[in-house]
Design a protein around this ligand. Structure first.
Ligand SMILES: [Zn+2]
Length: 295
């Protein structure tokens, strides 16, 4: 299959409906290879990843989109970050036995938050209501309430792949000159067709074929597609910034004991080492530190 890891926009011609289709294969595999996740956690991350890609396309901004679940019971953390050019990373932390737990079961006491962090401008955070049994359902509620946009979302995960389909009703699309009744009919017809989508089709068929098959009586126009890839933004500098929040003496005493401090990126497992010279540079960047002169 050729179309691994793409996200594709489409519109249904002569209707107010636009959509987004995502299939994650190598990107999803890269994420779940980093840690030993139970299948239940893996499924949650897969769905969150497909959702994050589609949402970042739909919301159109330059920056980072984060979907994050935080809890205290079973699921401590599940977080997915997607850049506007579709660099994706994700990680989860959990405690205890999660076997047999579905979305609802995993998130019993968790909050689900969406963060939009534009490169320039104000950070926005929105709470995703957890009143439905699936992530797709909760995100539909979110769009309905926060964006006043009628939205349907289908998410699938399995066989180390994750996929998403989103359709949205654009109330102000000026090119469509139809009665409200006809517009509603378009929406009902398209969402009913999409409801026939099976997990096997969703995970196994390329976007062109799938969209033509699903909406074979509609005039589907495929628009631009984005390549999606695993991307981790960690660096020694970023870890240095977070170390700098701990008192310098505390850090130096650990280094005295252990020789160096090792930090590891939870997203990509990359390790970074800091020795005494690094620490002096972090806390007093203006002063050049030469280890031989410090003796
Ligand atoms: Zn990393």
């Amino acid at each position: 299959m050729e179309h691994h890891d793409t996200s594709r926009r489409f519109i249904i011609e002569d209707s107010p409906i636009r959509g987004e289709w995502t299939l994650l294969d190598s990107t999803y595999k890269a994420v779940i290879a980093k840690h030993q996740y139970p299948l239940e956690i893996q499924a949650l991350l897969g769905e969150m990843m497909a959702a994050a890609v589609m949402l970042s396309s739909t919301l159109k901004f330059e920056g980072l989109l984060i979907i994050q679940a935080r809890g205290t019971d079973m699921l401590k953390l599940a977080t997915v970050e997607c850049t506007h050019d579709k660099g994706l990373r994700a990680v989860a932390q959990w405690d205890g036995d999660v076997s047999g737990k579905d979305f609802r079961g995993l998130l019993t006491d968790a909050n689900l938050v969406i963060t939009i962090a534009p490169e320039d401008g104000q950070r926005y955070q929105g709470i995703i209501p957890l009143e439905r049994d699936t992530l797709a359902g909760c995100l539909e509620d979110y769009f309905e309430r926060s964006e006043q946009l009628k939205t349907r979302i289908w998410l699938a995960e399995g066989d180390e792949k994750a996929a998403g389909l989103l359709v949205q009703f654009m109330p102000y699309s000026s090119e469509v000159n139809k009665s409200q009744e006809a517009l509603d009919e378009d929406w009902n017809r398209v969402t009913m067709l999409a409801d026939t989508l099976t997990t096997e089709e969703h995970l196994g068929i390329d976007p062109e074929t799938l969209l033509r098959r699903l909406f074979h009586e509609e005039d589907v126009r495929l628009l631009a597609h984005d390549e999606v890839r695993f991307y981790c933004s960690c660096s020694k500098e970023r870890f240095a910034e977070s170390l700098a929040t701990v008192p310098k003496e505390e850090i130096l005493s650990i280094i005295e004991e252990q020789g160096s401090i090792e930090t590891q990126c939870q997203f990509c497992n990359q390790k970074y080492h800091f020795d005494a010279v690094d620490i002096h540079t972090i806390y007093d960047p203006a002063i050049p530190h030469n280890p031989t002169q410090q003796q």
